[in-house]
Write a new protein. Sequence first.
Length: 228
Amino acid sequence: MRERYLKKVKELPKSLRPREKLKTSGAKKLSDVDLLAIMLAKGTKRENVIKIASRILHKYKIKELINLSLKDWNEISGIGETKAIQLIANFEMGRRIFEEVKEETPLINSTEKILKLLNGIRNARREHLIGIYLDGQNILLRQETLAIGRSNISYVHPKDIIQPAMIYDATSIIIAHNHPSGKLEPSEEDIKLTQKIKKATDFLDLYLIDHLIITKENYYSFRENSRI
């Protein structure tokens, strides 16, 4: 193992070269050492870039790298000032991207936020059945129109509602549909569908947060009315 790291990266088999791994398998498949090695770009006469990356990650946890100062990087053997500046800039860009994505990612933690997602069906002339899929932190993963029209909604099977949760790796589901008539009370079909979905989600260890009925001016919550 020691001899392998002492070799130049270009002398290693392609399957061990970080850049080649990224080309063939994608960045998500790379180890932390491989990713850092690519960022470092090249090693020194004494150590190849994989060895340097491995040594850095032995000293620091990956989450600590973003907070290293120019002085910290310069104290690491094999890291010059130019490379240290590039690394600091790369990690800062990554941090800013993460913060921007986090701000844009909808957190669905209240009925008001759910209703905001459903504004588009309030005035619809036909009934729309909507599925909202969330992760374990109540972050919106996906919102899908599952059926349009009362006759089509009547024939919806629980598996049609749950399948997207499997695809998007959701842990909880919200279902909603509109009543163009303006009537808030759930129909017998609405109640039966909710019961079937609740039974299916419980079986699959998914959490059915609510089933909402939406009208132009108001809403009905199965959860708030203790019907799920």
